[in-house]
Design a binder for this molecule. Structure first.
Ligand SMILES: C[S@@+](CC[C@H](N)C(=O)[O-])C[C@H]1O[C@@H](n2cnc3c(N)ncnc32)[C@H](O)[C@@H]1O
Length: 238
């Protein structure tokens, strides 16, 4: 395929989210700050031997980057890969990333196994039950998880409290798929509740990256598994 043919196929995709270099000097026209986020994540340079999961992969920028670094990658999104730039980018890159058209809430470790590296980027605020989602993400994480999300400021005093604002309808950015805007403290507390420890927190304007490690907190895990229906209470108490 000539460069002009590649450009024509890229132009035929109605909307690109990620800027992906699919050939030297040919970059898809996504406006997302994926390069900036990638630098902030500080992913291992050598991912050979690692299993990686990219949740809400969209056009696949991060999934392809992990593959380039040697990881075996599974990418998940609830839209078809031909409805975004993923299918074309994968073809042009000769990618072998496994694409699963699935909802995050359906994913289980029993089916997929666990992953050494889990990317949970740009997705938390799209999920109606963010804490339940974090529990699912934890069940899929063997070691490291990277969370990137919108964060809100409620003022210095209120930011001491774990707060999250609900976005009814299309009230945030005109997008009906946005549900919640947490502050940093709220994300940190939800991470703790779902057996993650944020080892590095980097603020990027109204966004924030949390580089996390999977930890063990059996009591928190027990109550969250009960609350989200994955386990039944051990006694018939209250
Ligand atoms: C804002 S984009 C983020 C893309 C990429 N992760 C990034 O950070 O650059 C959110 C993506 O998550 C997907 N998504 C939203 N809710 C989802 C869900 N419940 N299960 C799976 N994918 C979901 C959307 O289709 C979209 O591709």
């Amino acid at each position: 395929m000539t460069d002009d043919e590649v450009r024509a196929r890229i132009a035929a995709i109605p909307h690109w989210y990620h800027p992906i270099e699919v050939r030297p000097g040919i970059v898809t026209p996504g406006a997302n700050a994926a390069r900036l986020v990638l630098g902030t994540l500080q992913l291992p340079a050598d991912c050979r031997g690692l299993r990686a999961l990219d949740l809400g992969t969209r056009d696949g920028f991060f999934a392809f980057e992990l593959e380039r670094r040697g990881a075996e990658v599974v990418a998940v999104d609830y839209v078809a890969k031909t409805d975004t730039g993923f299918a074309l980018a994968a073809e042009l890159l000769g990618s072998r990333v496994t694409y699963l058209q699935r909802n995050l809430y359906e994913l289980t470790a029993a089916e997929l196994g666990t992953f050494d590296v889990v990317l949970f980027l740009g997705l938390l605020y799209h999920l109606p039950d963010p804490l339940g989602a974090l529990r699912i993400v934890r069940n899929l994480t063997a070691q490291r998880m990277y969370l990137e999300t919108l964060v809100l400021d409620f003022g210095a005093e209120m930011n001491e409290l774990p707060l999250m604002r609900f976005f009814a309808g299309s009230s945030w950015a005109g997008d009906p798929t946005n549900y919640w805007g947490p502050n940093v403290r709220c994300v940190e507390d939800m991470l703790g509740e779902s057996e993650f420890a944020a080892r590095r927190v980097v603020r990027l304007g109204d966004r924030c990256v949390f580089a996390c490690e999977a930890i063990s907190s059996p009591a928190e895990a027990y109550y969250l598994e009960i609350a989200t229906g994955r386990r039944v209470p051990e006694s018939a108490g209250s």
